[in-house]
Design a protein around this ligand. Structure first.
Ligand code: COS
Length: 390
């Protein structure tokens, strides 16, 4: 973390500053080598790396920042965002492992009953259990109300049938938070949320998908998958609102991860342009370089302001931060893509060499404009909120 002056912004309390500086120091020792390591060659290697990172994060006691304890202690969104920004600067995979524990358990922390909280949250907080959020489907990614995976009541159980697509932690999760339709033909109102344990008969999470920047991802099938009524999170029909409430918390943190990538790109760019000789001086002497660096810096600070504004509003007790979260995610992921692209450009040929830091960042930042609601969806949300006077 080079410029830490943002930690003095009024959004933060002293504990945030202490945490962010402590995590940065810890991550420089424990996590940074993973960012420098060559990428996994297959899913076994990838899964082993994720398990290793999870163990380290648990050992450092950092996972508790992503996973609320369920004892009426809310997620601290500023801490989640600061942690993601910091981890993303050191290694994208570490940010991923951290964030997914929170996203995958968010519905239980926010809406679960005492038994569910006791059974799942402490294991996720201590890295003993891996969580996943299973919302998207082959025909329902942006349009959540179109989910067709069904949960049909059968005595005291539900029977799940259907398919989920692009599920992060798919294949390695110990449980999935699954959104399924309990009432046909009722759009958003007919969805419910369930906890489905990995070993449930009829659950198939073996179809893995390889990504531009590797992280565990799979398609999941439910074939007459029987789960007890006790697996229902909240009430029947609350699924859509549960999913949206979880996303409201985690969308600013996607922006924060993008911010971490952008800040790392800036660090690399300043180092490179200050040393790379050109036209009788160094690249950084050239006004066109300075113009690009200035644009990168403005994007970075504007992103940070939107992210920590949204996080601070949630932590200050605002019930919904839907518009602010969407703005933070939209602006930060789009501008981070631009910042990283500029970094690659200023690195010239060395920026596109496989394994170069900025080349990795270029691949890592791309998915963030898509997952947890694509940029186009964030625009819809922002406009809808404004037009409805929210
Ligand atoms: N928190 C609580 N309630 C919410 C909410 C939120 N953030 N957002 C919407 N709701 C409520 C609405 O208030 C509405 O309630 P009422 O019917 O009681 O008025 C209900 O949920 C339906 O909302 P809306 O009419 O906005 O639903 P739409 O089907 O139009 O939603 C979007 C459209 C695009 C906003 C939604 O489907 C979405 O966010 N899609 C992206 C999903 C996503 O992130 N996918 C990636 C998968 S996770 S990697």
């Amino acid at each position: 973390m080079n410029d830490t002056s943002f930690l003095n912004w009024p959004f933060f309390e002293e504990r945030h500053k202490t945490m962010a500086l402590g995590l940065d120091k810890w991550a420089a020792q424990e996590i940074a080598p993973l960012g420098d390591a060559s990428e996994p060659k297959n899913n076994d290697q990838l899964d082993a790396m994720c398990a290793d990172i999870l163990a380290k994060l648990a050992d450092g006691n950092w996972l508790k920042l992503a996973v609320a304890d369920g004892n009426n202690t809310a997620h601290d969104v500023r801490s989640i965002c600061l942690a993601r920004e910091t981890l993303a600067k050191h290694a994208g995979l570490a940010d991923f492992v951290f964030a997914m524990q929170g996203l995958g358990s968010g519905a239980i922390a926010l809406f679960g009953d005492d038994q569910q909280k006791q059974k799942y949250l402490s294991d996720v907080r201590t890295g003993k259990s891996v969580a996943a959020f299973a919302l998207s489907e082959p025909d329902a990614g942006s349009d959540v109300a179109a989910i067709s995976t069904s949960a049909t009541k059968d005595g005291d159980d539900y029977i799940l049938n259907g398919e989920k697509a692009f599920i992060s932690n798919g294949g390695i999760a110990d449980f999935y938070c699954v959104f399924a339709r309990t009432e046909q033909g009722t759009g958003a109102k007919g969805l419910s949320a369930f906890i489905v344990d990995k070993n449930t008969a009829g659950l198939d999470d073996k179809t893995r998908i390889d990504l531009l920047a590797p992280h565990p991802l799979a398609n999941i099938k439910f074939d007459n998958c029987r789960i007890p009524k006790s697996a229902l999170i909240g009430e029947e029909g609350q699924g859509f609102k549960i999913a949206m409430a979880v996303l409201d918390i985690f969308r600013p943190s996607v922006g924060a991860a993008a911010l971490g990538f952008a800040k790392r790109a800036m660090v690399e760019t300043i180092a490179h342009t200050s040393n790379r000789e050109a036209f009788g001086g160094v690249l950084a002497d050239l006004q066109m370089t300075q113009s690009t660096i200035a644009d990168m810096a403005v994007s970075i600070d504007a992103s940070a302001l939107l992210i920590y504004r949204a996080a601070w509003q949630k932590d200050s007790g605002q019930a919904r931060i839907t518009r602010e979260a969407a703005m933070a995610k939209l602006f930060s992921t789009e501008s981070a893509q631009q910042v990283v692209d500029s970094a690659v450009q200023l690195h010239g040929g060395s920026g596109v060499v496989a394994g170069a830091v900025v080349e990795k960042l270029y691949r890592e930042v791309r998915a963030l404009r898509i997952y947890e609601g694509a940029s186009e969806v964030q625009k819809l949300i922002i406009a809808k909120q404004l037009l409805s006077g929210s």
